[in-house]
Design a protein around this ligand. Sequence first.
Ligand SMILES: [Zn+2]
Length: 219
Amino acid sequence: MQYIDFHTHTPPEDKKHVRAIVSCVAPEPLEKYENGNLFSYGIHPWYTKGHDIGKLLAHVRDMAHFNKVVAIGEAGLDKLKGPQMGEQKKIFCYHIEISEEVKKPLIIHSVKANNEVLRLRKKMSPLQPWIIHGFAGHPQEMQQFVDAGFYLSFGPKILYHNNRASESLAEVPDDRFFLETDHTNKTISGLYDRAADIRGISLKELEKTINKNFKTIFD
Ligand SMILES: [Zn+2]
């Protein structure tokens, strides 16, 4: 099995079987996570306090050009935490610009802000793929994102029974989803097991589907 952990903050120990996108939060240096093979780089809405945002954004733009930085983010909007919404939107829009400029996908953190994120994609019609990480919305919301061209990455919430994330994962089209461990100590193999179960397919089939989606986004 070849697993893909689409979004994590810890480089995988088993690099032979796990390909991960390690989320590096500005201004962290990539070296801190040397063991990770691929990275995303961006300003997380939770960690802006005490930083000169102009400088931080310039730094993100520089880092975005590195080959091993394959995606921009996580960046986005969070109504429960972080600076006021106007400021968050400004920072997020800057990430959208960078993603388009360097032609790399955008990994999005969205908390209680799904409508705004949907609106922004419609308004800006970017060419790069946008991926909502840690998606836990209900199936109707999932469908709205799919219709708008998004990809959705599902996290450890799918491990618990009877929740919206699992319902959405059961219905999301084959060509639009990923799995991720994010901040947790859950294993990506455990998530694959559960996801295969939820979708009623074999692990091999799931592996093939996710590998294909990964290729679509990055090749
Ligand atoms: Zn994260």
